[in-house]
Design a protein around this ligand. Structure first.
Ligand code: CAA
Length: 285
């Protein structure tokens, strides 16, 4: 199968910038789109910083850093993604925003281009239904931090064609990640298992069974997880996890997907985790 030469990424936030970076690292001409120039500059700055840190850690060659940055271009116009063979959407987790993006992409890209969403919880089938070619729409779900996490979930929507699926699979291989394949259900494989576990950790804390440190150390040292569940919640974002849990609860109506009251109240208080400076732990500015 022919390698991808040009890929587009819509959204250059935490996930979009990581996705853009891994495409550029694979030698792909990558075009990232943000809504305005300051947001785009911030996203591109995040990629630059990650690569500079990589150079400082001895993980990235300085010359490679320049080459990778040279593979990335920014734009504020969705129409500029017209020549891309694959576009990965990574905008805010809101069905309306995603549908808006896909209905424009559907008109501007070539008929054989593949359109992917990085959604972690919304229905790919519903997103695909916005387009006139739903057979080329699927999910490519990346994990944070994208440049370090090796997995991508490939989600087949009901109308996804074998041709689009095969192209997506070869893209995941091209960028050096490992794919797992999943049907279009809330949470796919990883969040379906991860989210109830994270919610249970909040329930343990809420019930006073153990301290935050002991819950985290229990899973880190007892199971070899890289982060304890409360640290991971702070890392992923309490608001993000709350949002995903609600979508899963709405769909499955099973109590283990229901967000515990403490999580809801922390989100209402603005304790979102690392990004807000406070979650289960406190972080410097
Ligand atoms: N450039 C290149 N390499 C880098 C780097 C950089 N800027 N920064 C770090 N690295 C490398 C390090 O050198 C190190 O490499 P080695 O293992 O070869 O030594 C490796 O990456 C790990 O980095 P650190 O040692 O600095 O950090 P760490 O060991 O504390 O690991 C972590 C950090 C990878 C985030 C780890 O804690 C982890 O895996 N945490 C769990 C993350 C997770 O679960 N993510 C998924 C969240 S769920 C999600 O995203 C989906 C959703 O829908 C919500």
């Amino acid at each position: 199968m022919a390698a991808f030469k040009r890929v587009g990424v819509v959204g250059c936030g935490l996930m979009g910038s990581g996705i853009g970076q891994v495409c550029a690292q694979a030698g792909i001409e990558t075009l990232v789109r943000e809504v305005d120039q300051p947001t785009l500059d911030k996203g591109l700055g995040r990629i630059r910083k990650f690569l500079e840190d990589g150079v400082a850690k001895g993980k990235v060659q300085a010359s490679d850093k320049d080459k990778i940055l040279g593979n990335i271009k920014g734009t504020t116009k969705l129409e500029d993604l017209a020549p891309c063979e694959l576009v990965v959407e990574a905008v805010v987790e809101n069905i309306g925003a995603k549908r808006d993006v896909f209905s424009v992409l559907d008109k501007v890209v070539k008929p054989d281009a593949v359109l992917a969403s990085n959604t972690s919880s919304l229905s790919i089938t519903e997103i695909a239904a916005t387009t006139t070619h739903p057979e080329r729409v699927l999910g490519l779900h990346f994990f944070n931090p994208v440049p370090l996490m090796k997995l991508v979930e490939i989600i087949r929507a009901l109308p996804t064609s074998d041709a689009a699926f095969d192209r997506a699979k070869s893209f995941v291989e091209q960028i050096g990640k490992t794919a797992v394949v999943c049907k279009d259900t809330p949470g796919f494989v990883v969040n379906r298992l991860l989210v109830p576990y994270l919610l249970d950790a909040v329930r343990l804390l809420e019930s006073g069974l153990a301290s935050r440190e002991d819950i985290d150390n229990g899973m880190k040292l007892g199971c070899g997880y890289p982060m304890g569940p409360l640290t991971l919640l702070d890392f992923v974002g309490l608001d993000t996890t709350y949002y995903i849990a609600n979508i899963m609860f709405e769909e499955f109506r099973q109590p283990h997907f229901a967000p515990p009251p403490l999580l809801k109240r922390m989100v209402l208080a603005g304790y979102m985790g690392r990004k807000s400076g406070r979650g289960f732990y406190e972080y410097g500015k």
